[in-house]
Design a protein around this ligand. Structure first.
Ligand SMILES: Cc1cc2nc3c(=O)[nH]c(=O)nc-3n(C[C@H](O)[C@H](O)[C@H](O)COP(=O)(O)OP(=O)(O)OC[C@H]3O[C@@H](n4cnc5c(N)ncnc54)[C@H](O)[C@@H]3O)c2cc1C
Length: 466
C-alpha cells in the first residue's frame, strides 16, 4: 500500500513537490485555500500578475522532476541577457548578466502556476483539494491528522471543517505558513522574521501601440533585458510578458510611499524620476496604480530545523521567505524539491533519515541566499550607477572569461550554476573579492600615475581580452 502525503499549498513549489512525490509512488493530496486559479476570470487573474525571473536552479529542478514537463511549462519564457539601466534623461545602458551570453528568463507567475496545475491532472495518484485551508495538524506516532476549514467556490465563506489522516505532510504554504506554525508547537524550531523597509507596487507597461520592428513588433523597449530605473534608495523595474506588455514594479521605503499622499505629488515624483517610464506607462495610469494597487510588504523568514522527525517538512517560502532582489525565491524553492528528492532517493525512502539529512545539508544554503538577496537591493538600486562598481564588474567579467571555471562572478554562480550550492558561491566570492579590490587599486594607480595614455592603453588591452 503506497504511503500517503498531504502537500499544503498549490503554489509554484507545492505543485512541483506534488509531481515529484507522485513519481515516487506516494499517494498525494494537494490542498490550497484558494479556489482553482484556472477557473478565475481573466480580469481577476490580472489584478496581480507578478512575472518572475526563472534561472538555472529553477530550470534544473523542473528538468530533474520531469524533462518533458519542464519544456511544456517553460514554453512562454522570454530570455533576458542583462540589465538595461535607465537614467533620468531617458538614456539606456545595457549590462550583461553572463560571461558568455547566459540568460535569466521572464515568465508570468499565473501562467507557470496554471501550467503546473494542468500537469498534475495526468497523475491518478494526485488529488487536488481547493477551498481547504489548513488550520491544525495533530502529529501522531502513526498518522498526521490535518484539519481544514473549507469553503465552496460558489457560496460565501462557510465554517465547515474536514479532517484527513496522512503518513506525512509537506508544507509549501508560503511565507505565513500554517504548517510551520503547527510544527513550532511540537519541536524547538529556531525562527526569525524580519520586515525590510521597502514597499512594492505593481505597474503595467502596455504592448507597443505602433509596430516596433526593433523589438519584434510588439514591445516598446527591449524584451530581452530586465529594465531598471535605479534611483539610489528606490527604483522601478520591468520584465517583459509574452503579449508585448511589461510588468513593472516600484520598490521604495514606506516613508517615501506614504509621503506621496496626493495625485499632484505622485505625478511630480514620476515625471522627475522616471520620465521615459511615464511615456511607456502613461502618467494617469502610473498615478492610478500608485494610488490603487496593493502596497506589498517584503519580509525574510529564517528557521531551523525544517522538519518534524519523518512526519512533516517545509519547503519554499514556508521555510525561507526572502526579498525578491536576486530573483531566487521560487528558484530556490524549486531547488528544495530537487535536493529533498535526491536525498529521499539516496535513503531509499527512509523519511526520518532523509529529513534529518535535508535540514543538515540545506540550512547553510538557505541562510546564504536570504543574505545575498538582501544585499542585492543596494546593487540594483544604487551600485549599478557607480563607476567603481562598474570597473570592478568589468574586471570580474574579464577574469571570468579568461580564466573560465577558475574565476566565477557571484551572479554567474547564483543564477547560472545550479551545481554550485549558495553557501559555496559566497565562499568563492569572498576569496575573489579580495583579489578584485587589489586589482582595482592597481588599475586606479596605473591610470592616475600614467595619465590618460596609460588609461587608454589599459582600456584597449581590457577590450581585447574580452
Ligand atoms: C515582488 C516579488 C517578485 C518576485 N520575483 C521573483 C523572481 O523573479 N524569481 C524568483 O525565483 N522568485 C521571485 N519572487 C519570490 C517568489 O514569488 C516566491 O519565492 C514563490 O512564490 C514561493 O513559492 P511557494 O510555492 O513556496 O509559496 P507561494 O507562492 O506563497 O504559495 C503558497 C500557496 O499556499 C497556499 N496556502 C497558504 N496558506 C495555506 C493554508 N493554511 N492552507 C492551504 N493553503 C495555503 C496559498 O494559497 C498559495 O497557493 C518574487 C516575490 C515577490 C513578492
Amino acid at each position: 500500500m503506497p504511503e500517503s502525503v498531504a502537500v499544503i499549498g498549490a503554489g509554484l513549489v507545492g505543485c512541483l513537490a506534488a509531481v515529484a512525490l507522485a513519481k515516487r509512488n506516494y499517494d498525494v493530496t494537494l490542498f490550497d485555500y484558494r479556489h482553482d486559479p484556472r477557473l478565475a476570470s481573466t480580469s481577476d487573474r490580472n489584478l496581480r500578475s507578478i512575472n518572475l525571473a526563472i534561472s538555472a536552479r529553477g530550470i534544473t529542478a523542473l528538468q530533474f522532476v520531469d524533462r518533458a514537463m519542464s519544456e511544456r511549462v517553460l514554453r512562454e519564457i522570454i530570455p533576458m541577457r542583462g540589465r538595461m539601466i535607465h537614467d533620468t534623461l531617458g538614456h539606456q545602458e545595457p549590462q550583461n548578466y553572463g560571461l558568455f551570453g547566459e540568460c535569466i528568463n521572464s515568465i508570468d507567475r499565473a501562467v507557470l502556476n496554471n501550467s503546473l496545475l494542468d500537469e498534475l491532472e495526468a497523475y491518478p495518484n494526485i488529488k487536488l483539494q481547493f477551498g481547504h485551508k489548513l488550520a491544525r495538524i495533530a502529529f501522531g506516532a502513526r498518522h498526521q491528522t490535518c484539519e481544514f476549514t473549507t469553503t465552496s467556490a460558489a457560496g460565501p465563506q462557510s465554517d465547515a471543517r474536514a479532517r484527513f489522516d496522512f503518513d506525512f505532510v509537506v508544507g509549501c504554504d508560503g511565507a505565513y505558513s500554517t504548517t510551520r506554525s503547527q510544527m513550532q508547537r511540537v519541536i524547538r524550531m529556531d525562527y526569525a522574521q524580519e520586515y525590510i523597509d521597502c514597499c512594492y507596487i505593481e505597474l503595467y507597461i502596455p504592448p507597443a501601440k505602433d509596430v516596433n520592428p526593433a523589438y519584434g513588433g510588439k514591445f516598446s523597449i527591449s524584451p530581452n533585458h530586465l529594465h531598471i530605473w535605479p534611483r539610489h534608495n528606490y527604483m522601478l523595474i520591468a520584465l517583459a510578458n509574452a503579449d508585448g506588455s511589461f510588468t513593472s514594479t516600484f520598490f521604495g521605503p514606506w516613508s517615501l510611499v506614504e509621503s506621496l499622499d496626493s495625485t499632484s505629488k505622485i505625478e511630480a515624483f514620476f515625471v522627475e524620476n522616471f520620465p521615459d517610464a511615464v511615456d511607456l506607462i502613461g502618467l494617469d495610469e502610473a498615478v492610478y496604480a500608485f494610488e490603487n494597487h496593493p502596497k506589498g510588504a517584503l519580509m525574510c523568514v529564517e528557521c531551523k530545523p525544517y522538519h518534524v522527525a519523518g512526519k512533516a517538512i517545509i519547503l519554499g517560502d514556508a521555510a525561507h521567505s526572502m526579498v525578491p532582489f536576486y530573483g531566487q525565491g521560487m528558484n530556490c524553492g524549486f531547488e528544495d524539491v530537487r535536493v529533498l528528492m535526491q536525498i529521499l532517493d539516496q535513503n531509499h525512502g527512509n523519511r526520518a533519515r532523509a529529513f534529518d539529512e535535508y535540514t543538515a545539508q540545506r540550512h547553510k544554503d538557505l541562510v546564504s541566499i536570504i543574505e545575498l538577496a538582501k544585499n542585492n537591493y543596494k546593487e540594483m538600486s544604487h551600485k549599478v550607477t557607480s563607476k567603481w562598481f562598474l570597473l570592478r564588474k568589468k574586471l570580474d567579467t574579464i577574469l571570468g572569461r579568461t580564466l573560465k571555471d577558475r574565476w566565477l562572478p557571484l551572479y554567474t554562480m547564483v543564477s547560472f550554476r545550479a551545481d554550485i550550492p549558495y553557501h559555496k558561491a559566497i565562499e568563492v566570492e569572498k576569496r575573489q573579492k579580495r583579489i578584485l579590490v587589489y586589482l582595482q587599486a592597481v588599475v586606479i594607480l596605473a591610470t592616475s600615475v600614467g595619465g590618460y595614455g596609460v588609461f587608454k592603453a589599459l582600456r584597449k588591452a581590457l577590450r581585447r581580452l574580452q
